[in-house]
Design a protein around this ligand. Sequence first.
Ligand SMILES: NC(=O)N[C@@H](CC(=O)O)C(=O)O
Ligand SMILES: [Zn+2]
Length: 428
Amino acid sequence: MGIWIRNASVIKDGNELEKKHVLVEDGKISRIIETDGGSADLTGHEVVEADGKLLTAGLIDMHVHLREPGFEHKETIATGTRSAARGGFTTIACMPNTRPVIDTVETVKYVLDKAQTEGVVRVLPYGCITKNELGRELTDFEALKEAGVIGFTDDGVGVQSAQMMKDAMAKAASIGLPVIAHCEDNTLVEGAAVTEGAFAKKHGLKGIPNESEAIHVGRDILLAEATGVHYHVCHVSTEQSVRLIRQAKQIGIKVTAEVCPHHLLLSDEDIPGVDDANWKMNPPLRTPRDVQACIEGLVDGTLDMVVTDHAPHSAEEKARGLMLAPFGIVGFETAFPLLYTKFVATGQWTLQFLVDRMTKTPAEVFGLPWGRLAEGAAADLTLIDLETEKAVDPEEFASKGRNTPFTGWKLKGWPTLTMVEGKTVWSE
Ligand SMILES: NC(=O)N[C@@H](CC(=O)O)C(=O)O
Ligand SMILES: [Zn+2]
C-alpha cells in the first residue's frame, strides 16, 4: 500500500508553483502526476490531502547539536530529531561536541544506534578532528570513516594549530572526506560574549572581533589549497570571511560554506540587554554590515547553504545572563518560517532559492542522495503551509531547548507534515 499526497503545490521555477499528486511507495516517490487529467488510482492507497500546501524535498541541516551522549538535560537524540521533524528536516548532521565527544568508533556507533532506535529523522554524525577536541592529537580518521562519520570537525572550538589543521586536511583528503571548521582564534576572543560593535561599546564590554573568525578562514583556505581537501566553513558570520571565501572560490579552491538564519536576520544592535542570553551564540550576532555581507554571500553563491546550528541549552544555563551563559540557540523549529517570511514573502528571494539552500545545495556539497523531489528519489518530504501566520512560541517546541531570540515573531511558512522514506514522522 502506498500514499497519495494529493493537490500539493510543488515548485516549478522561481516562485512558480504547480499542483501535483505524488505517490509514495516502498519509501520512494514512485509517481508525480498532473492533478488535471493525470490518472491517480486511489484504490488500496492511503490519501494525504495537501490542499495546495507547498511540498518540498525534506529539509537538510548540516550543522546541529543533539547533545547525546552526555548532555541529555539539554537535548536527546529522541527530542532533537523530533524537533528537526517539526521544523521540516528529514536529514541532519550532528556535531561531535558531546560527552564523550565523538572521537571513537564506539561513540559513533552509540549515536547511530540511538538514532536508529529512538530518532525519527536521518542522523549523519561528524567525527572529531582531534581527540577530545583538545587540538593535540588527530583521531583515527579511517576507523571513524569506517564507522560512518561523514566528515571531521572540532565544532565548538577552533583548531588552534595550523600544523594540526594541515595534517587533518591531508589525512581527510586522502580518504575523501571533508573537514568542517569552526573558525575561531582563541587568542583574539578571551572570554568575550558579544561581537565588537555598538552593543559591546554601549555596555562597556570587550568584544569578539571579526578577525577571530576570518583569520582561521584565511589560514584554512591556504591549507585547503595546499592539501586539496574539501574544506567547509561553519556558521559564517563576518564580512571578511565572506570575502575570503568568495576569492577562494573564484580561484578554484575547494571551499564551501554555511550560514545560519540568525546571522542573516539579527545584528548586535538587536540584543535587548545583558540579562537575556537567548541572544548569545557563537559566532556572535555581528554588525548590520556583516549581516548584509552574509545575505549577499548567500545570494551570490559564496555561501552554499543554510544550517540552523541548533544548539539547545537548559533554561537554568541560559538564565545566567549574557556573560556567563553558554553560547547557542535552538534553530530547527523556526528556520524555515523565519527565512520564508523575511526573505521570500517580502520578495527578496524566490521560494526556489530558499528551498534549494535547505535541500539541494547541502546534498550536492556533501554528496548526499537526498534533497530532491523527483520520481525514484527517497520519499523524504515536507509539507509547508505558506498562508497561516503564527507567532513563535517556544513552549510548543519539541526540543528540550527553549533558547531562542525569536519568541513572539509572527511568521508564515510552518511545516505541517514531515515524512522520512515514506513514513510520517511528524504532522500537525
Ligand atoms: N554555536 C553555538 O553557540 N554553540 C554550539 C557550538 C558551536 O556550534 O560552535 C554549542 O555546542 O552549543
Ligand atoms: Zn561552531
